[in-house]
Design a protein around this ligand. Sequence first.
Ligand code: AGP
Length: 603
Amino acid sequence: MCGIIGYTGKKMNAKDIVLAGLKNLEYRGYDSSGIAVNENGKINLYKSHGKISNLEDRLKGKEILSSTAIAHTRWATHGKPNETNAHPHRCGKVTLVHNGIIENYMELKKELLEKGVTFQSETDTEVACAYINDIYESEKDKIKCLSKACSAFRGSYAFAIIFDDEKDVIYATRKDSPLIVGLSDDGNFAASDVSAILDFTAKYILLEYGEFAKITKDKVTIYNADLKEIEKEVKVATWSATEYKKNGYDHFMLKEINEQPDVIANIFSRYLNDCNYNDIDFLKYDAIHIVACGSAMHAGMVGKYLFQNYANIPVTVDIASEYRYSTQMITPSTLVIIISQSGETADSLAALRLAHSKGATTLGIVNAVGSTIARESDICIYTYAGPEIAVATTKGYTSQVAILSTLVINAMKQKGLLSDELFENIKQDFSNISSNLNHIISKKEDYINVAQKIFDHNDLFFIGRGIDSAVCMEGSLKLKEISYMHSESYAAGELKHGTISLIEKGTPVIAIATNNDLYEKTISNIKETKARGAFAIFITTDNFKNSTFEDFSDISITLPKTTEFVQAIEVSVLLQLIAYETAKLRNCDIDKPKNLAKSVTVE
Ligand code: AGP
């Protein structure tokens, strides 16, 4: 998703400051970038297609002394990724950068064209810029001007704006797309998220929907939707800039995979020692809806299995982009669980607001502290996994599964379904999770071996039953999004109802069987694929006493048997590493896969 950073302050190297901030936003995914600098009263724009290094090349050798600059990484929504469509955009006296989508930009553009305004780009952002400039022609109070303009915009936006006739002042406002105001002794910032400013300050203000900020080098004024000045809490980021660095790992994804032992162990330790979710009474709801996107939805599928099989609570799981437009039966007796690592995913946020409009209780499982979903949920449980930079989530997903496991345990306690024996086994698994995950991560050769057997194929299948089927969904997505290999996850028992027609000699099939009751049935399904020439990779647990797996698999990997409250996490880490090694062999951009963004803040 697009990244925004603006700086105005005492330093005259505003260009360098915002470029450094842009690099901390690269993880969001982008295809072009640009900067606007106020040089001796003249605002100059520099833009480039592709990586930020191309923009740096454009700026090389230019002695740009400026105390104010705004900059942007663009993830194309309207118009091709190219220099013309890159931000900042400029019209008349207004220059701005934007994250979001102005859905009614065509009708606004028509209005402006009739007034003789001309456009260079294909973007909705340039239309927004021209619209603000048009209003500014008659409304010289900039906050009033922005308020009038934004009231005409439908969709989502976060803007950082500078005006020709007011040097060293940045205006900012937002609706749905996140925006923060950074505060430091050397100057102040507007940015998409805290990562952009952590090299300079940890102090920030969260701008809320409909608020406006006027930012100068030594003062920040916030106005509410009624254009009244208001006081805002100054927050201090608890994580450091180093968390946005690879710290010796080849990729952020590998760093974050390796953080999982601690992240998951901390979640379980917090649950057992101090957070017990007493304010969540599962017995008072007649339905639980889990709503999310992508990997977060896959975590929800694991949660559904656990809720239904252990707490006897029926759960539906929906992808947010469908749920938000469905006639989903949401009532005041529904608990809607929104899962989101970033806490800013547009579809998930819309689902949350739909649930609120129907009187339902919302529970957010979120990683990004202070994010919109976290703030708007009735109850918010943070995963505290720390910043996740790689576009492909790893610790974000497994921490969501871990939280769901603890919620199910709570529900079982409330329903008198948690036996002492099972709880003791669970607690044992919780105490072993860090060493188990570290052991799994250490088996690098196993994953390289699998990767070497699959990386040159274009189609691959993940099959499993029960909770393993849910884990296959995430394993498949991980492989697809970083190695660009097509893969599908399939309930093992379903393959023969059509898709098995795609299995031919050498087709890789990754089969997962960890559930005792379904083990033999999954073996049968693997044999069905082997009979048609598949190359079978079998992932199971060490409690099955089969003499050998060779008669139905080409490669087998066994994991320590645990309760199902942690098994999915352990298998998922193994699948993350298979995907990682495969993407390496295919020379893919592992941390910033093509076409993807870290947080999809547009629908
Ligand atoms: C996961 O690897 C993807 N990056 C993507 O599916 C992600 O899980 C999805 O966009 C949801 O994001 P969120 O958790 O921030 O809401």
